[in-house]
Ligand binder design. Sequence first.
Ligand SMILES: Nc1nc2c(ncn2[C@@H]2O[C@H](COP(=O)(O)OP(=O)(O)OP(=O)(O)O)[C@@H](O)[C@H]2O)c(=O)[nH]1
Ligand SMILES: [Mg+2]
Length: 323
Amino acid sequence: MVVNKIDYMELESSKFEFYNLGIGEPIAISAGQALGLGDMLDEIMSHFEDKDDEEDEDSETKVAIIGKPNAGKSSLLNKLAGEERVIVSDIPGTTRDAIDSYIQFGEDRFLFIDTAGIRRKSKIHEEVERYSVVRSIAAIERADVCLVMIDATEGVTEQDEKIAGLAHESGKGVVIVVNKWDLIEKDDKTILEFEKNVRNALGYLSYAPIVFISAKTGQRVNRLIELIKYVANQHSMRIKTGALNEVISEAVMMKQPPIEKGKLLKIYYATQVSTKPPTFVFFVNYVESVHFSYQRYIENQLRQHFGLEGTPIRLIFRPKNEK
Ligand SMILES: Nc1nc2c(ncn2[C@@H]2O[C@H](COP(=O)(O)OP(=O)(O)OP(=O)(O)O)[C@@H](O)[C@H]2O)c(=O)[nH]1
Ligand SMILES: [Mg+2]
């Protein structure tokens, strides 16, 4: 119960009147003079559970394994589980639906979602296939981290680019998994060259780590598990407002924002408004002056200081009138 206009009225003297309404302690404010608003907000917040913390501690990390048909998604799931939980075959399109599997590694519990391979749109004729693509996209939505699986024997194809794009746009953590590494003839440059090709093709996933595995032999599957944990943590990172603003004012000092139509961009302050993915709101004088290239500069500075590896981040610019 909020009693407004205390600038006109003594709350104490008329308090009984408000108690008589039977809805608890009145909170006195003045909307006009901005009095008592802090206490009111504290009272409001006390009615919310700290949902974020609870989720982070109690529930498992959700991981969607996505990729083309036959990339080896189900094989990886079986390797992780240490048993044959899902059907593996060399017939593309073996997995028809998204399948949930809970797997425990030491202290950590994971939900892995094996998905149906996502085909090119033009090839989706049957109802059942269209449905399975929808289910794969729903699996991405449910996940914290997406494993974008690429078949090493085929390299990065156009279809892989589309699938990786889905992961990127969803705002989830991403690990690029190059599978069937056992089938590749290698010398000491092969990994670097392959990585360069992946980076070229999937430029927008520059934040995502790459791991070269064999779902068949288990090569680097343990490393992949470590990467998933790491990326899930980065994806739910919370940065304190103080530290954030220090980095931003330093960044602005090092590189002046551009002047756009005679207007110099000023960033007053920034704050992280949510996680998964980390999302930041910047209060600025002219939203129109925020160039894409300057946004990217700020994003790179944040990544340099805070890591944020494997997760997309979102920057939102809002106008704030200088007072
Ligand atoms: N040599 C080798 N073969 C692999 C590897 N991973 C998977 N395969 C083989 O690739 C074929 C497809 O594997 P699946 O695990 O069924 O592939 P998937 O991505 O689940 O395929 P869909 O369910 O059809 O989308 C099978 O014949 C596997 O044995 C690997 O790391 N090395
Ligand atoms: Mg499968």
